[in-house]
Design a protein around this ligand. Structure first.
Ligand code: CP
Ligand code: NVA
Length: 303
């Protein structure tokens, strides 16, 4: 059966650790100029129904470094944007390509695409999840902290696709995750219920960013209005008052805590310029690691 990468909950801790270990090996090889052409002659379709900088570039460069070929496909310039059914696009692309990455809106779109695809489908971000990003974040934590376990993680901001995926990661790896989200912006209830059942007591929700970050080892935030929510920007700026990760908030965390942000960042909104540019920030390592983990994910799934 074709194995897809649609959400972290489809994988065990051992399987995710296997991909993270491979990512470290591939990163080392790439840095030393050692060839690692694990996708020699393979083609991977990269479908974007939303904007992207990191995901597009890291997948295109990643496939190339693995000896394969990535095809950028935007909804606006393909028949997908003119209403060709997902199930038809999926079956056609599987006849040409060895794998597909898709960035889109509803999780049900990637789920349907995968149902009809005979080749692996990778979720490059939906409204519900961003699993490739959290894998890059975990690799970054491992590099800076030695392990991603036995640490306290804080999430400050919207209960969005990033928060939902962190919740899944916390449940799978069994680490403590404290989420501070304003009233009305909590993470997905079904994701929370699944995670609470899998890892009782590990994931907590508060409206108090200070409580969440106090003593934390890893702090993560993200934009207040995600792609598709641009019309809510002004309202969200009001509703997220007090949720800026600034020096005062950071001072409550451990002195050696690391700050993550998937980017793009809005300085002065969810994060201050001083924090993103400061000594605790590892956001550039985090962005780089998208390349290495995605190569590992593709090399693991695409045969
Ligand atoms: N972090 C992330 O997914 O960035 P892009 O939207 O630029 O791909
Ligand atoms: N939550 C953000 C992440 C961007 C990488 C969004 O969905 O727009």
């Amino acid at each position: 059966m074709t194995k897809h990468f649609l959400a972290l909950h489809d994988f065990s801790e051992i399987e995710l650790n296997g991909m993270l270990t491979l990512a470290r090996e591939l990163k080392d090889k790439q840095k030393r100029g050692v060839p690692h052409r694990l996708l020699e002659g393979k083609s991977v379709a990269l479908i974007f129904e939303k904007a992207s900088t990191r995901t597009r570039i890291s997948f295109e460069v990643g496939v190339f470094q693995l000896g394969g070929h990535g095809l950028f496909i935007s909804s606006g310039t393909s028949q997908m944007g003119r209403g060709e059914p997902i199930k038809d696009s999926a079956r056609v692309m599987a006849r040409y390509c060895d794998g597909v990455m898709i960035r889109t809106f509803g999780q049900e779109i990637v789920d349907e695409f995968a149902r009809y695809s005979d080749v692996p489908v990778i979720n490059g971000l939906t409204d519900l999840f961003h699993p490739c990003q959290i894998m890059a974040d975990l690799l970054t934590v491992i590099e800076h902290k030695g392990s991603c376990k036995e640490l306290v993680y804080a999430w400050v901001g919207d209960g969005n696709n990033m928060a939902n995926t962190w919740i899944e990661a916390a449940a799978i790896f069994g680490f403590e995750l404290r989420l501070a989200c304003p009233q009305g912006y909590q993470p997905d209830a079904a994701v929370m219920a699944w995670a609470q059942a899998k890892a009782p007591g590990k994931i907590t929700l508060t409206n108090d960013p200070k409580a969440a970050v106090t003593g934390a080892d890893v702090i993560n935030t993200d934009v207040w209005a995600s792609m598709g929510q641009e019309d809510e920007q002004k309202q969200r700026e009001k509703d997220f008052t007090g949720y800026c990760l600034d020096d005062a908030l950071l001072a409550l965390a451990k002195a050696d805590c690391i700050v993550l942000h998937c980017l793009p960042a809005h300085r002065g909104e969810e994060i201050s310029d001083s924090v993103i540019e400061g000594k605790n920030s590892v956001v550039w390592d985090e962005a780089e690691n998208r390349l290495h983990v995605q190569k590992a994910i593709m090399a693991t799934l695409i045969k």
